[in-house]
Each structure stands twice: as C-alpha cells, then as structure tokens.
Design a binder for this molecule. Structure first.
Ligand code: AMP
Ligand code: TRP
Length: 335
C-alpha cells in the first residue's frame, strides 16, 4: 500500500529517560505492531517536557537517549517518521491558534493538570495548563486518524476532538477528527516489589522496576527477588497478585497464554516460575540493549535519522499550518 492510502497514526512521548518493561509491553510494542499498515509519526515531545521544572543538560541527553531506546525497541526509521518536537515548526504556532478557541475553565478541569499541579509546590506555569492544547496541536498538525495512547491520555484526546470540531465549524472543514486507540492487551504490568502498584520509574523501590537497559545480572536479581504470595500453586488469581503479574509478564514475553503457562507450571515451584521469567525477559531485552548501545555510540547516524524524521514531519506540518493560517485570516507571507 502506498503511504497516500494509509491511515495516519501519530503518538508522542516525553523524553523522560529510561524505559521500563511496562512502557515496552503497555505502549511501544503496540505502536510497533501498527507500523506495517499505517503511515506512522512518532514524536519525542521536548516542548511538553519543559512544562515542569527541569535541567536543560538532562533534557538534551535524555531526548537523544529516548530516541535511541524507541528505535532499538523496533520503531524502525525505515517504517516511520521519528522526530523531535522542537525541530519541527508548527507545533507551538498551531497550539496558539487552538488556545484562542479553548476556554480556560476546560483546561483547569483536566485531571492530569489537577494531579500535576497538586504535586508541585513551586508556582505552576501556564505551560502546564496549556499542555493539552499543545498536545492537540501535535495531533491535528499531521491530519492524524489514530492516536495510540494509555488510558490516562483519553481526556486529552477528547479535548483534541472537541478543538478539531470547533475549528471546523468556526472556520471551515479543515481537520480530521482523530480517534484514540487504547489497546486492551499487554495492559498493566505491576511492580515486582509491590504488585498492587503499577511498575513505574517513580517507584521509590527501584527493585520492582525492570529497565530495558538494565544489565542482565541486575534483571535476574530483581526478578528472583520479586515478591510472591502465600501458598505454592502457580495460578493467576486475585489472591495472588505477585504470581499473576509474573505469569502476565511471561505470557507476553513468551507469546504463551496464561492458561497454558498454568498447565506448564503445574507441580513446579515459585522459583521455577521466576527463573523462566528471568530467562524470557533477558532474552527479550538483550537485542534491544545491543541495538541501543550501537545507536548511542553513533550520534551522527542517530542525528541523521532524526533529521530525516523532522524533514518528513515538517512537510506535513507546513501544509496544515498554512491552511490554518489562511482560514484564520492571516495574510500570506511575502505578499
Ligand atoms: P509513562 O512512563 O507513565 O509516561 O507512560 C508511557 C506509556 O507507557 C503510556 O502509554 C503508559 O500507558 C505506558 N505504561 C507506563 N507504565 C505502565 C505499566 N506499568 N504497565 C503498562 N503500561 C504502562
Ligand atoms: N501527553 C502524552 C503523555 O504524557 C504525550 C503526548 C504529547 C502525546 N503529545 C502527544 C501523546 C500527542 C499522543 C499524541 O504520555
């Protein structure tokens, strides 16, 4: 299928540093599955990253490291456009136009804004409040059909749809109204140390979080010391959150159903299950870690990928932005 007939998929992620098993199974793996049949744009949103207090040198480093990790996970630059948000002109410009259609009250009511602003003692930036409008611009700039996101971003996609419809009716038909795509499988990976909580990079107990770039010895150690449940049977059930989590991880990592795994592990002990999880996770992460090390050692190649991604994104972004500017009543440049 030529790119002209393919639906457009766009998703973005903040350059927050190290990716963990939850990010990989809950997000990145699902994006990779969409590459073949869609035209895919993948943005690393460094402009969103400055809505909270941050250190410029860290942002610079983590943006590049994030790009390398996503490529290593299978976002092959031959099959998608990977770009850095601040390298494409149009995101902030479209956000400005959209912000003039967005009531402040609607932004103040967004769940993520309330959560993030509650956690912050320092003064809250208006960038944090306007974050969802920038996100809407990220999406609408590319005539996106489908936006794969986690459940927590659903409200932001609804705002994006509202804004697209509002612009279309206020001016004239311009934007496609995008759909959120929230995959059901691979859902929630829990912490190995506290299986009631999601695996997360902000977990104070980092032994519960498996990072893609962790050394295999560390991965094994973290998995072998995972918290388990009372009893000795290997079954997925509500009373056994630790074992259920390990079974879920093994199920996705080895492409086997949980039911089949339960049969396979009948009569075996928790240590056998942990060993199988450690083998499967290290096997899954090893090629990713190798690819990452290659990419991060060759900055020229990495920068070239990002330049090509930004060029492709820019072409599309300019087209949308000039249409939007014309409809907004702005005079054409250079006339
Ligand atoms: P975050 O690291 O919270 O910014 O999340 C980035 C993406 O990874 C989002 O699409 C999340 O839904 C997904 N994700 C994060 N943690 C987990 C987890 N423990 N299990 C499954 N998916 C997750
Ligand atoms: N807000 C998203 C998150 O925190 C990141 C994001 C920014 C995004 N712009 C986007 C996701 C556009 C999808 C589409 O995860």
């Amino acid at each position: 299928m030529s790119n002209d007939n393919k639906k457009i998929v766009l998703t973005c992620a903040q350059p927050t540093g190290k990716l963990h098993l939850g990010n990989y199974l809950g997000a990145v793996k699902n994006w990779v599955a969409l590459l073949k049949d869609h035209e895919c744009f993948f943005g690393i949103v460094d402009m969103h990253a400055i809505t909270m207090p941050y250190v410029p040198a860290d942002l610079r480093r983590s943006t590049l490291e994030c790009a390398a990790q996503y490529i290593a996970c299978g976002l092959d630059p031959k099959d998608c456009h990977i770009f850095i948000q601040s390298q494409v002109t149009g995101h902030a410009e479209l956000a400005w136009i959209l912000s003039c259609l967005t009531p402040v009250g609607q932004l103040q009511r967004m769940t993520q804004f309330k959560d993030k602003s509650n956690k912050q003692n320092e003064s809250i930036s208006s960038g944090l409040l306007y974050y969802p409008v920038l996100m809407a611009a990220d999406i609408l700039l590319y005539n996106t059909d489908i936006v794969p996101v986690g459940h927590d971003q659903k409200q932001h996609i609804e705002l994006t749809r509202d804004l697209a419809e509002k612009f279309n009716s206020h001016y004239s038909e311009t934007f496609k109204v995008p759909e959120a795509y929230i995959p059901k499988v691979g859902a929630r990976i829990m912490s190995l140390q506290n299986p009631e909580n999601k695996m997360s990079k902000s977990d104070p107990n980092q032994n519960g979080t498996l990072y893609l770039l962790d050394d295999p010895k560390i991965l094994r150690k973290k998995i072998m010391s995972a918290v388990t449940d009372s009893g000795s049977e290997i079954v997925a059930s509500e009373e056994k959150p630790g074992i259920t989590n390990l079974l879920n991880i093994l199920s996705v990592a080895s492409n086997t159903t949980v039911k089949d795994l339960e049969k396979q592990f009948q009569g075996l002990g928790y240590a056998d299950l942990k060993k199988a999880v450690a083998d499967a996770v290290t096997k899954m992460f090893t090629p990713i870690r190798k690819k990452y090390n290659q990419l991060i050692a060759d900055k020229n190649y990495l920068n070239e990928i990002l330049k090509n991604g930004a060029d492709a994104a820019q072409k599309k972004a300019y087209r949308t932005l000039s249409k939007v500017y014309r409809k907004s009543g702005y005079l054409e440049r250079g006339k």
